[in-house]
Design a protein around this ligand. Sequence first.
Ligand code: G6P
Length: 364
Amino acid sequence: DASDISKGTYDHYMLKEIDEQPNVMRKISQNYINDDGTLKVDKDLLTELKKADRLYIVAAGTSYHAGLVGRNIFEQLADIPVDVELGSEFGYHMPKLSKHPFFIFLSQSGETADSRQVLVKVNEMKLPSLTMTNVAKSTLSRESDFTMELLAGPEIAVASTKAYTAQIAVEAVLAKALGEAKGLESAKNFNLKKQLALAANGIQTIVDEKEKIKELAADYLTDQSDAFYIGRGIDYALSLEAALKLKEISYIHAEGFAAGELKHGTIALIEKGTPVFAFVNDGIGASHTRGNIQEVEARGAHVLVIANQKYAEAGDQIIIPEIDELISPIISVVPAQLIAYYASLARGNDVDKPRNLAKSVTVE
Ligand code: G6P
């Protein structure tokens, strides 16, 4: 039960929270989607959103990465341009805004000061805003015009897991609702109820492979000080989050990279045995990413491929079950969460309370 804050039989909150993700997907589906597939989204929010010519998603850390995934979802389902911004940058270097901007704040805690200082300015400018948060009565929620709850239940581990997947799911709810309000076929045809059911089942499949992933983490990361995560499109956004998870709790230096950009410099760091985790869920990028995998393998990289079943090839190590590409990071992030968890555990680190980090950062 995702609303339970005890550790139960788990050694760490992080593993418990990873395991709760199928339930979180079901909860989001139940709360936001009626039996007939229509969505339960505030009408006033949709009226306001329909006036917008551009969305500005503002966030920090893992929530920022969920925003990068969301950009694609909003653009595809709701046909609206999206900027994704770091609060710490945007607050002080606000770019020239579009004529009718709408702000979406993504924040697990709803308390992140870097994001809040942007909201303060947005309110001064009398611009409309929504907060997607896990904490209903949080500061960001109170100070913005609208709130959508993530419904992930309390997240205790500092490294965010279920809030990330919940954010992607709730972004999909809103994107579909907006697309439908605009009468778009792309939104109507996107069967979110089915996709969230696939997400729940797919996460469960990965979670059930824990022991195998634990062995892979040992095989790929023991005695390593650097790792790379690569992918294209939706997998590039995912790579950034996968790398952050590993850094946060294992203290292994990791980088998330656009697979095609690697050759423009960073490939110089690849040597014999360097671990490279390659994501292949993006249909358009899949064959090109395969080419990049060959490039790094030719330089000695130890490559682990995490591929959607549609694009999987012989020798791939982790297969992602069926899911629409748009929300595929909901499943494909889970192997990365588990790899980070087991790498951290093997190093004897404090998994739930990594050094130098806080769950919610209320100073700028
Ligand atoms: C902190 C946490 C991160 C989190 C970030 C944003 O730095 O350590 O895990 O992603 O804040 O937090 P928020 O609550 O705004 O999503």
